[in-house]
Design a protein around this ligand. Structure first.
Ligand SMILES: NC(=O)c1ccc[n+]([C@@H]2O[C@H](COP(=O)([O-])OP(=O)(O)OC[C@H]3O[C@@H](n4cnc5c(N)ncnc54)[C@H](O)[C@@H]3O)[C@@H](O)[C@H]2O)c1
Length: 316
C-alpha cells in the first residue's frame, strides 16, 4: 500500500534517502526543508519541494490541508554541541517545531507519524548492550532530552488527535550525503580526512564503540514503518523501534577498516577524551525484525565504498 507522505528534512542526509525510498514504492512525496543544512539538489526528482521552517504557520497549514497519509519527520537541529551552547534553540526546533507539525497533522487527518529519534542519545550510557527499546532512558545532552521529549509529545498527541505514532531510534547512520562537518558523521569525517591525506583524530583510547547502520537500510525501515501494523502504545517504548545492526565497532577498528577500503594507511592522532562521550553504544534490533520485517542488509564494508565514491565525486 502507498499513499501521500510529507518528508520533513528531505533535503538532508537521511531524509533525502527516505524520500527516494518512498518514491521507489510509488508514494506521492512532498519534501519540506528550510535548507538550513540540507541542499536543494539532495531532494530527489519526483518529489515536490516546499522550502519552509517546521516552526512556521505555513508548515502547520501544509499538513492541515495537504491530504497526507503519513508525516515522516526528519527535520531537526542535529548537533549535540549546538544543543549544549544554545539549548533554547535546540528545544525550539526539536520540540516546538515537532509539536507545530503534530498539531497540523491532527487537523489534517494524517493517519500515521514516523519520527526520527535517536537510540544513541535517549538511552544515555546503558548497562545492557546491545540495548533494547525498554532500557531506562537517561539522555545526558539537551539534544537527547529534546528527542525524548519529542517521543512523549508524539505519544500524547497521537492519543489526543487520533493518529498512529512510530519513533525510530537510530544508531550511527552512515552513507552518501552525510556532511563531514557534522560531528555525528565520524565515518564521513574519517573518509574526507583520508582523501586529503590528513591524520585521523581519535579521542580518548579509541576503544569506545558505536553501531554503524547504512542509510539505505534506514530508509527502507521508514517505508516499512509507514504501513506495518503497530500497537497503539500506552508507553513510548511500545511504538519505538531501534534501527541499527547490533554490531559494535570501536574507533580504532573503524579507522583501520576505512583505511583498508580506501587503500591508505591512516595516521592516528590521539586527543583527550571528550566529556560526556558514551563508552559503548549498540542497539538490539530484534523488535524491528519481528514487527516491521526489517533487518540490516548492507554490511559496513559494503556500504563504505559507496560513501567513498560519493566523496570522490561530489562530497568535498
Ligand atoms: N545521522 C545520524 O546518525 C542520526 C542518528 C540519530 C538520529 N538522527 C536524526 O535523523 C534526522 C535526520 O538527520 P540527518 O543526519 O539526516 O541530518 P541533516 O542535517 O542532514 O538533516 C536535517 C535536515 O533538517 C533541515 N532542517 C533543520 N532545521 C529545520 C527547520 N527548522 N525547518 C525545516 N527544516 C529544517 C536541515 O536543512 C536538513 O536538511 C534528525 O532528526 C536527526 O536528529 C540522525
Amino acid at each position: 500500500m502507498s499513499g501521500r507522505v510529507l518528508v520533513t528534512g528531505g533535503a538532508g542526509f537521511i531524509g533525502s534517502h527516505i524520500a527516494q525510498a518512498y518514491l521507489a514504492e510509488d508514494w506521492e512525496v512532498v519534501v519540506l526543508d528550510d535548507l538550513s543544512r540540507g541542499k536543494r539538489h539532495n531532494v530527489p526528482s519526483g518529489a515536490h519541494f516546499v522550502q519552509a521552517d517546521i516552526r512556521s504557520p505555513e508548515a502547520r497549514q501544509l499538513l492541515a490541508g495537504g491530504g497526507f497519509t503519513v508525516l515522516n519527520h526528519h527535520a531537526a537541529q542535529i548537533d549535540v554541541r549546538v544543543s549544549v551552547d544554545e539549548p533554547a534553540l535546540d528545544a525550539a526546533i526539536n520540540v516546538v517545531g515537532l509539536v507545530n507539525l503534530l498539531d497540523g497533522a491532527g487537523a489534517g487527518g494524517v493517519r500515521r507519524v514516523v519520527f526520527a529519534s535517536s537510540g544513541g542519545v535517549v538511552y544515555g550510557d546503558p548497562e545492557v548492550v546491545p540495548t533494547p527499546e525498554t532500557a531506562p532512558k537517561s539522555p545526558i545532552s539537551p539534544y537527547g532530552v529534546s528527542k525524548l521529549a519529542g517521543e512523549y509529545y508524539l505519544r500524547a498527541l497521537a492519543a489526543l488527535r487520533g493518529f498512529e505514532a512510530v519513533a525510530m531510534r537510530y544508531a550511527n547512520v552512515f552513507g552518501p550525503r552525510q556532511d563531514p562537518k557534522s560531528e555525528a558523521g565520524v565515518v564521513s569525517i574519517f573518509v574526507s580526512r583520508l582523501l586529503e591525506d590528513r591524520p585521523l583524530t581519535v579521542f580518548g583510547n579509541g576503544l569506545q564503540t558505536r553501531d554503524y547502520v547504512f542509510v539505505r537500510d534506514v530508509a527502507r525501515a521508514n517505508v516499512l514503518a509507514s504501513t506495518a501494523a503497530v500497537p497503539a502504545g500506552s508507553d513510548i517504548d511500545d511504538t519505538a523501534f531501534n534501527i541499527a545492526t547490533a554490531v559494535q565497532t570501536n574507533v580504532l577498528e573503524l579507522a583501520e577498516i576505512v583505511g583498508r577500503v580506501m587503500g591508505r594507511k591512516p595516521q592516528i592522532e590521539l586527543a583527550p577524551a571528550r566529556a560526556g562521550e558514551l563508552f559503548r553504544s549498540s542497539l538490539d534490533v530484534s523488535k524491528a525484525r519481528r514487527m516491521l520485517g526489517w533487518k540490516p542488509e548492507v554490511r559496513f564494508d559494503d556500504g563504505l565504498p559507496e560513501l567513498v565514491d560519493w566523496f570522490r565525486k561530489e562530497g568535498r
